[in-house]
Design a protein. Sequence first.
Length: 253
Amino acid sequence: LEIHDYKTSSRLPPREEVDSDRQLAFYHMGVEGKWKDIREIRLVWHYLAFDTEITSSRTPEELQQLRQETMELIQQIESDRQFLPKEGPLCDWCDYQGFCPKRKHLVRVEALLLNEYLNEEGVTLVNRYVAMRERKRLLNEEIDAELAKIEEALCAYAQKEEIDAVYGSDHVARIKIETKEKYPLKGDQRRRILDELIKKAGKWMEVSDLNPWMLSRVIERGEWDSLLVRKVREFSTQEERRSITVSKLKERE
């Protein structure tokens, strides 16, 4: 027997979503409970926008687990005394927005005249909060820009003096400069070519779906043959990484 459901969704779901879908699994239970002699039930989704069928099935163990989870959810709902609101796409059409903690302030201020609206306490507080956050963001950007200039100057000074620890009045800054290989990320056109190169060499599983960090580590360990390493490195770029660690100086006795 087959249970069919027709979907107008604009996307195709991943396999794990289909195999864990509860709706048709509940239908499965209902059919199984009514017709005891049915041995096999297939679940079929028709995605009309793609003219595609997706099928799945459920084992007795999976259905039992779903029953258990559903019973626990029912018990939780029945015993709950706090019903927290959750906004959704249909809230604009709800007749009870004036009672909803997430909507009643909106309903209240929408009814105010402009001068009343601008002086309403909640509106004033939110406007001040947003303005202060924006001031903080701009100040942080200014500080970050100044810090970047100082870090650049500090690294340049350390390189010029050939030192890796620079002492201030109360703190010491330890400078670390290293060059790392950087490989193209997903979305980069060269990444697809690199993927194919690694797969053809039979090394795909060693780099965790071509995790660039893992790829760098594998090459650094020297486990691949030199020809493959040379080809892979054609996709890399050199990236200089700098770090400055500041610690408070111990008081001298």
